[in-house]
Design a protein around this ligand. Structure first.
Ligand SMILES: NC(=O)c1ccc[n+]([C@@H]2O[C@H](COP(=O)([O-])OP(=O)(O)OC[C@H]3O[C@@H](n4cnc5c(N)ncnc54)[C@H](O)[C@@H]3O)[C@@H](O)[C@H]2O)c1
Length: 384
């Protein structure tokens, strides 16, 4: 019989749904020592919390996260609320001795992240941040190929994350669904929202960064604020592009915008090494593109690997259907829960931990500072 892990989820939006789906599915597909139990969900409105609990199978509801965090029948707190709430909730949850699964970005900025890392490490509670793209099987396969030394020395890392949903000047900022446009709720724009994903994957695949130089732009300078009804300055970066030097000597370019007409969530990366290159595209997430210079000359070319094989060849895939049948976006969250639970069982915590995610925060801080100062910035290390 699996040991129950009683979840208290805070926030019933996009991520509240993605995580609830993962908790519900994980034990059907993975054999694990722990099994999530959907104990309580928290939303500020009771009607929303009750409707969500009914739909997803939570046993009870709260309307104040402080009450949820204080409950003795909760083992793990899952933070699925806007960025400006992560620190306060996580710190209180750590003090209450709860395990914490926190949505990305970890915090509004580096200093806030440091306090969160201190809180979980002092309380010695398991902690993880939901940088879920690490768990897309094709991305995990990329990690394995790099660790096997197949790329050799890495020269280039190239990533972008493009969207197009904020082009209209009529779109307001702030409030439900639009908190991402309000700097007080989001901390930053595309840097903390989209590039944070690219940065987390890059740090995981290619090691830490030494320095960055960036430019940002806010194309629409003022928007009506949903909560006040008044037109207010826009404080977020609508677009950001930066160059980076990794500590392994490779050079990188990163770009993100919400003004790339025609792109909804085009997250891509490419890595060029002396022996091989790999490329990945979220819109075709079950494929990994691979070029191996060691292939026989007449056959040399980019291969499109359909990452669906079993028998240990392709990460996570033996847990799903039969070879050749692909899985999708939501499965990355199922994998992340599975790895978290596995980490509890083995005592080897699944990453990214809060400390790992602090490194991403430091890159974001350096990027935003560079855009302001128009100068290269060193990236701080989050290592102990
Ligand atoms: N891992 C990913 O790929 C990914 C994707 C989207 C969002 N996120 C992150 O997840 C977090 C939530 O984003 P989202 O897209 O789910 O937002 P959302 O707006 O869809 O949902 C946020 C929810 O939090 C609720 N909320 C706000 N303050 C609250 C409070 N004090 N107490 C209880 N509930 C509160 C809101 O009512 C809403 O239901 C953000 O930090 C975001 O950056 C991560």
């Amino acid at each position: 019989m699996a040991k129950p892990l009683r979840i208290g989820l805070i926030g019933c939006g996009f991520m509240g749904r993605a995580h609830s789906n993962a908790y519900r599915k994980v034990s059907n597909f993975f054999d694990l020592e722990y099994q999530p139990v959907l104990k309580a969900v928290c939303a500020r409105s009771e009607a929303s919390a009750v409707a969500f609990a009914k739909k997803w199978g939570y046993e009870s509801v709260e309307t104040d996260w402080r009450k949820l965090v204080a409950r003795e029948d909760i083992d793990a707190v899952d933070i699925c609320t806007p960025n400006n709430t992560h620190a306060e909730i996580a710190t209180a949850a750590a003090k209450a001795g709860k395990m914490i699964l926190c949505e990305k970005p970890l915090s509004m900025d580096g200093p806030e992240g440091v306090a969160m890392v201190k809180a979980v490490e002092k309380a010695k509670v398991p902690n993880m941040v939901w940088y879920n793209y690490r768990r897309v099987p094709a991305v995990t396969l990329a990690k394995q190929l790099i660790e096997e030394g197949r790329l050799g020395k890495v020269f280039h890392y190239r990533a972008k994350f493009l969207q197009d949903w904020t082009i209209s000047p009529e779109l307001p900022q702030g409030g439900a669904g639009l908190w991402r446009l309000d700097v007080n709720a989001a901390g930053s724009g595309v840097t903390g929202d989209l590039l944070a994903h690219c940065i987390d994957t890059a740090l995981w695949l290619n090691g830490s960064m030494d320095s960055v130089t960036a430019m940002t732009e806010t194309f629409i300078k003022q928007r009506k604020h949903t909560l006040t009804g008044k037109v207010a300055p826009v404080g977020i970066d609508d677009a950001c592009a930066f160059l980076a030097r990794f500590r392994n000597g490779s050079l990188a370019t990163f770009e993100s915008t919400r003004y790339a007409r025609g792109h909804k969530a085009l997250y891509t990366f490419e890595i060029n090494g002396e022996k091989a290159s790999i490329a990945w595209d979220l819109h075709d997430l079950h494929r990994l593109q691979y070029f191996d210079y060691q292939d026989e000359g007449k056959l040399r070319g980019w291969r499109s690997i359909h990452v669906t094989d079993h028998g240990g060849e392709h990460p996570y895939m033996d847990k799903w259907w039969v070879p050749g049948l692909q899985i999708g976006y939501e499965h990355s969250f199922v994998h992340q829960v599975a790895d978290f639970l596995q980490g509890l069982a083995t005592g080897k915590p699944a990453g990214p931990t809060f400390r790992d995610a602090l490194e991403t925060q430091y890159v974001c801080d350096a990027v935003l500072k560079s855009a302001k100062t128009r100068a290269w910035q060193k990236v701080k290390s989050a290592a102990k």
